[in-house]
Design a protein around this ligand. Structure first.
Ligand SMILES: C[S@@+](CC[C@H](N)C(=O)[O-])C[C@H]1O[C@@H](n2cnc3c(N)ncnc32)[C@H](O)[C@@H]1O
Length: 257
């Protein structure tokens, strides 16, 4: 893998956590996209059980909580994110029904068929889309829902530069048709699929980073890991501007059958 094709996993976890915990969301998305995905799900009620896997500091989770009833568990690998998540829940007076816990999405602390809804924005890739949707299915009630956003190709072919970058970063990236077929194969009725609008990347995900990157570099003056990490983030952003016609995040909503 060339330096230009480093994935975020190639950098120090602590560094990634500190950098990303500054932001409201840790991946491409927006409250509007979260609400659109929610609109495809049958009404929930006060007794509904929801899990947001790879919740980060809880940007999408809090939007969910403000717009749907039920008890929500946010789960993330990083204690620093969960700490912020729980503080956000208190600040929004949602803590009586929204709780963040530290854990891994490949070893979930739920009972079989306990959940009405599994939510996960921009995080299932860490486990792999196909493995995730298959393994999580057992925790969802019959006729319950799965809603995940996932990096996907919009076209059958793309320029070599972007193909190589994503294939190195996430070999499971594939077309929307393939992802929908995988959902069906895993035992979900594909209910809806939509592409996240460009502003989910530009305004919501990249702009807040641009605003702090110089400051972050200054704070860690001369630290090569930090310099490489920021260079990597900037490179990824440039690639998005250049090749956004070929890929993006797609929301997949499925119903367990
Ligand atoms: C791109 S961020 C998305 C965060 C949040 N869903 C959002 O949209 O703002 C991916 C998240 O997955 C978390 N993560 C990575 N591996 C994980 C694992 N094995 N189990 C749980 N969370 C994990 C990361 O800590 C990070 O918060």
């Amino acid at each position: 893998m060339s330096d230009n094709n480093k994935s975020i996993h190639d950098f120090d976890f602590q560094l990634i956590c500190e950098y990303f915990s500054q932001f409201e969301q840790q991946g491409p998305g927006s409250p509007e996209a979260t609400l659109k995905a929610l609109s495809f799900i049958d009404p929930l009620n006060d007794a509904s059980r929801i899990a947001d896997l790879g919740c980060g500091t809880g940007g999408p989770t809090m939007v969910l909580a403000q717009n749907a009833p039920g008890l929500i568990t946010g789960l993330d690998l990083f204690p620093q994110f969960i700490d912020r998540f729980n503080k956000n829940a208190v600040a929004l007076n949602l803590h009586h029904r929204v709780k963040g816990i530290v854990g891994s999405m490949d070893c979930l602390p739920f009972q079989d068929e306990e959940l009405d809804l599994i939510w996960s924005e921009g995080a299932i890739y860490t486990m792999g889309f196909e493995k995730g949707i298959n393994e999580w299915r057992r925790y969802i009630k019959q006729r319950g829902y799965l809603a995940v956003s996932e990096a996907s190709w919009f076209t059958g072919h793309r320029p070599e530069e972007i193909d190589a970058f994503w294939t190195a970063a996430y070999p499971e990236i594939d077309t929307i048709a393939v992802k929908v077929a995988q959902m069906q194969q895993a035992g979900y009725l594909p209910v809806a699929t939509f592409i996240l609008p460009e502003d989910c990347w530009t305004t919501r995900f990249y702009a807040p980073q641009v605003a702090v990157q110089d400051e972050y570099l200054k704070k860690y003056g001369g630290n090569k890991t930090v310099e490489d990490f920021i260079a990597n983030e900037r490179h990824e952003m440039e690639l998005y501007q250049k090749y956004k016609a070929y890929y993006g995040y797609v929301f997949y909503i499925g119903k367990k059958i």
